[in-house]
Ligand binder design. Structure first.
Ligand SMILES: Cc1cc2nc3c(=O)[nH]c(=O)nc-3n(C[C@H](O)[C@H](O)[C@H](O)COP(=O)(O)O)c2cc1C
Length: 392
C-alpha cells in the first residue's frame, strides 16, 4: 500500500515527506522533483515568503543510484526562513520575550478553532502547521508518485480556469495544459493569453485594494486505462478518493469531477457521454470512445479510459492586509485580526499541489490493482491488463 506522511512547521527548520510502498526500480529524476517544488512556489500574486525560499528535495533514504529501492523514501526540504525564526520558534523553551505571538485569530484560518481545540493561548502553533507550506511536502512525495505513473505512460498536469470573476470560457486540450505546466515563467497558468491578462488584472486590483481572490484549477490525468477504482465498495470509488485528497488541500472548498457542477443544472440527454466504437488513438487503451467527456473520465467510481478531470474551487486567501474584525485571546477586547506576510492569489500553486494529491491517489489505486514489488513486475502486470483490454 502506498502511504504518505508529512511533518514540519511553516517557520520550522525543515519540512518532511515520508513515502512508503513505492516499488523498487522506479527511475527517480531529482531535477523533476525539484522542478515540481519550484512550480508550487510560482504564480502572480504570491507573497514575500516565496521569495525567501528556494525549495529543494534532500532525499535521505529509499533511493540509490537513481532508482527507488522499495524502502521508505524520506525527503527533507529545508526552510531558509528558519534562520530568522530560531529565537521566535525554538524547539527548547527559549526566551519568551522573543516568541512571536499571534494575539488575535484570523477569520478563515484554523487560528480560533485550533487554539480552542489544543488549548493554546495564542494561534502561533496552529498556523505553523495549518499553513499551506505543508503542501510542499505533498508536492515532493507526489512527484515520486508521478514518476511511478510516468513509467506506465500516465501523465498529470493542471491549469487555471478561473481567478475571481474571470473564467476561461472554452475547453483546453491536453497539449495546451501540458504546455502551461512546462512554462519557465508562471503567471496564472491559463491556456488563453487574453484570459490570463484579465486574470492578472483581477489579482492586481486586489494588490491595490488590500483584498484577496480565489478561483478554480483543473487537474487532468492523461493515459489512465479503464478499470481503476471500483463501485464495489463506497470507500474504493475513484471519484470519492480524488475528492477527499483534493479537498484536503488548504483553501480548497469544493471539488468537481468533470462537469459535475453544471451537470446538475442540465438534462441527461445533454450531459452523458454517448459511447462509440472506432480506431484507438495513440496511447488509448480501448476502442470504446466518447466524443465528449462531461463525466471527467470516471463512471461508477471507475476510470473509463477518457482523461480524468478534477477541479478544485479555492476560497479567497484569508489573511487580509486590511484585516477583518477579531478579538484578542488574552483580554477578549475587540481588535483587528493579526496580519502576517501573505499571498494574494494562489490558484496556480494550488493546482500543482492538487496534481501531487491526484498523482498519489492514482498511484495508490494503480498499485492496488496491478501490484508488484518492482517496477518491472508492475509494468508486466499493467501491460498484461492493457492487452486484455485491447482484446476485449
Ligand atoms: C499554495 C497555497 C498557499 C497559500 N498561502 C496562503 C497565504 O499566504 N496566506 C493565507 O492566508 N492563506 C494561504 N493559503 C490558504 C490557507 O492555508 C488556508 O485557507 C487556511 O490554512 C485555512 O484552511 P482552509 O481554508 O482549508 O479552511 C494558501 C493555500 C495554498 C493551497
Amino acid at each position: 500500500m502506498l502511504r504518505m506522511d508529512t511533518a514540519g512547521e511553516s517557520h520550522g527548520e525543515a519540512l518532511i515527506a515520508l513515502l512508503s510502498g513505492l516499488p523498487a526500480g522506479v527511475p527517480i529524476d531529482l531535477e523533476f522533483v525539484n522542478r515540481e517544488l519550484w512550480r508550487r512556489q510560482q504564480g502572480f500574486g504570491r507573497g514575500g515568503r516565496m521569495k525567501i525560499e528556494t525549495d529543494k528535495a534532500h532525499v535521505l533514504s529509499g533511493v540509490r543510484h537513481g532508482r527507488s529501492i522499495g524502502s521508505p523514501i524520506a525527503i527533507e526540504i529545508v526552510n531558509r526562513d528558519w534562520s530568522n525564526w530560531q529565537e521566535k520558534l525554538p524547539v527548547e523553551t527559549g526566551d519568551p520575550e522573543k516568541h512571536q505571538v499571534v494575539a488575535s485569530p484570523r477569520p478563515g484560518h484554523a487560528d480560533l478553532p485550533g487554539a480552542l481545540k489544543y488549548n493554546f493561548t495564542d494561534a502561533r502553533y496552529v498556523l505553523e502547521r495549518a499553513s499551506a507550506r505543508e503542501s510542499t511536502s505533498r508536492v515532493a512525495a507526489g512527484a515520486f508518485a508521478k514518476l511511478l505513473l510516468r513509467h506506465l505512460g500516465i501523465e498529470i498536469a493542471s491549469h487555471v480556469i478561473r481567478v475571481g470573476r474571470v473564467a476561461l470560457e472554452r475547453e483546453a486540450t491536453w497539449d495546451e495544459v501540458v504546455a502551461v505546466s512546462r512554462k519557465d515563467e508562471v503567471l496564472l497558468s491559463c491556456v488563453d493569453a487574453e484570459t490570463e491578462a484579465r486574470m492578472r488584472e483581477e489579482v492586481a486590483e486586489c494588490a491595490r485594494t488590500g483584498d484577496t481572490v480565489g478561483g478554480v484549477f483543473e487537474v487532468v490525468v492523461h493515459g489512465l486505462p479503464p478499470g481503476v477504482g471500483t463501485y464495489a465498495n463506497w470507500d474504493e470509488r475513484l471519484d470519492g478518493l480524488l475528492a477527499w485528497a483534493v479537498m484536503s488541500l488548504q483553501a480548497v472548498k469544493a471539488v468537481e469531477i468533470g462537469r459535475g457542477v453544471t451537470a446538475a443544472e442540465s438534462f441527461g440527454s445533454a450531459v452523458h457521454d454517448a459511447i462509440h466504437y472506432g480506431e484507438a488513438d495513440a496511447g488509448r487503451a480501448t476502442r470504446f470512445l466518447r466524443h465528449q467527456n462531461n463525466a471527467g473520465g470516471i463512471e461508477g467510481g471507475i476510470s473509463n479510459g477518457e482523461d480524468v478531470i478534477v477541479r478544485g474551487y479555492l476560497k479567497p486567501i484569508s489573511t487580509l492586509r486590511k484585516p477583518l474584525a477579531s478579538v484578542r485571546f488574552d483580554t477578549r477586547e475587540a481588535t483587528s485580526a493579526s496580519y502576517e506576510r501573505s499571498d494574494i492569489c494562489v490558484v496556480p500553486a494550488a493546482g500543482v499541489a492538487a496534481e501531487a494529491m491526484v498523482a498519489f491517489v492514482v498511484a495508490q489505486q494503480v498499485l492496488g490493482k496491478f501490484g508488484g514489488d518492482s517496477a518491472l513486475e508492475l509494468k508486466r502486470n499493467f501491460d498484461g491488463y492493457l492487452e486484455q483490454i485491447r482484446r476485449y
